[in-house]
Design a protein around this ligand. Structure first.
Ligand code: NAD
Ligand code: GLY
Length: 362
């Protein structure tokens, strides 16, 4: 087992990464303020993992409330969030009842937001069960639900007390979901960690066949990068925005097509290629850099072109991005491979050209 620390003063917390950590209740039990938890999961994850986790907790004398949500990005909304509050109240959960998110990023983001709001703040723990949530969404305290016109538009910064990332839970993860998670893994290499990008180029096939040691290493280095960024800039006043490489374009794809049509990582991969194309148009990247990034996304089985939605529709949806300041779009671009920057220098025409070059034609 490897352990990282997200250094946030008295809100610091550990990320334990390793095979079997989900079953190691000694990591979780000392954090419980009262011997009662509400495990929030969904209808896909529940039959695979809920019984084992709940049994271990009950064996340790903890009262367990089980909350099973419908599956899918399109359920990351007010209505589903409200079912969490209904269940917490119906089961007399208190402010000291710990919420445990058992699932992917959708369950994690919604459980975290519910915890931030329930009785003005209940403790919560993340047990991420997709690659994407193990390398990204479970760390850093961004919690949210979607609005029909924008991804993650309603939410809060609210940190968990603990993250348990167990690569063994990925055994049942569909291939397409694994590949989606790889988009966020590749992101860390592109924005700030060239040696990690090189390591990924050399180990991609091992990751695709879910080799446990290789997965653990990828999760560790992804979380190391994320923990460093979050510790330096929790509220995204600066460096944290770099984690959104490709996301402004990607969120437009997700919202434009309807949530769930493209997976988050798929949209991020195509969006990253748009950001990379724009970086090339600005003279920051060369043709070789573009080809290198594209080759890695292609090997990971991720899209390198966005869907045909029309440049105007992309631009309209991108205006809802949370990095828009005084009406001006700010984008994460690459100064070079392994070095990202937030920039507003690109003109609308240049952004449109990058989208046109990297979106399929209708
Ligand atoms: P997801 O939560 O929808 O999970 C993907 C699919 O895998 C779902 O069908 C889920 O039920 C299933 N699943 C989960 N664990 C499984 C397992 N072990 N075996 C089999 N199936 C399993 O999607 P995701 O990719 O994990 O997360 C995407 C979400 O995360 C998006 O909503 C995105 O906005 C959010 N996100 C948040 C942050 C953040 O910082 N908070 C960062 C990145 C992404
Ligand atoms: N996934 C973006 C962030 O956590 O800031």
């Amino acid at each position: 087992m490897e352990t990282l620390n997200v250094a946030l003063g008295d809100r610091s917390y550990p990320i334990h990464i390793g095979s079997g950590v989900v079953g190691q209740m000694e990591l979780l039990l000392p954090l419980l303020v009262q011997p009662k938890v509400a495990v929030v999961t969904n209808e896909v994850v529940a039959p695979i993992l809920l019984r084992g986790v709940a049994r271990k907790l009950r064996d340790a004398g903890v009262q367990v409330v089980e909350i099973v949500l419908p599956d899918g990005e399109w359920h990351k909304d007010w209505q589903t969030l409200n079912t969490i509050f209904d269940a917490l109240i119906a089961n007399s959960c208190e402010r000291n009842t710990t919420l445990v998110a058992l699932g992917g990023g959708v369950v994690g983001d919604m459980t975290g937001f519910a915890a931030a709001c329930y009785q003005r703040g209940a403790p919560f723990v993340q047990i991420p069960t997709t690659l994407l949530s193990q390398v990204d969404s479970s760390v850093g305290g961004k919690t949210a639900i979607n609005h029909s016109r924008g991804k993650n538009m309603i939410g809060a910064f609210y940190q968990p007390k603990l993250v348990l990332a167990d690569p063994e839970t990925l055994a049942s993860l569909p291939d397409r979901e694994l590949r989606s998670g790889l988009a966020e893994v590749i992101k860390y290499g592109l924005i700030r960690d060239l040696p990690f990008l090189e390591w990924l180029e050399n180990h991609l096939e091992d990751l695709l066949r879910k080799d446990p040691e290789t997965l653990e290493n990828a999760i560790y280095h992804s979380c190391r990068n994320k923990a460093e960024i979050v510790a330096a800039d929790e509220r995204e006043l600066g460096e944290r925005a770099l984690l959104n490489l490709g996301h402004t374009f990607g969120h437009a794809i997700e919202a434009g097509l309807g949530y769930g049509r493209w997976l988050h990582g798929e949209a991020v991969a195509a969006g990253t290629m748009m950001a990379i194309e724009l970086s090339r148009l600005l003279g920051w990247l060369g043709e070789g850099d573009v080809n290198r990034a594209e080759a890695l996304f292609r090997r990971a089985g991720l899209p390198v072109f966005g869907p045909a939605m029309g440049v105007g529709r992309y631009m309209e949806l991108m205006q809802h991005d949370k990095k828009v300041q005084n009406g001006k779009l700010r984008l994460v671009l690459l100064r070079e491979l392994g070095k990202a920057a937030v920039s507003d220098v690109a003109s609308s025409a240049e952004i449109g050209r990058a989208i046109e070059a990297r979106a399929r034609r209708g």
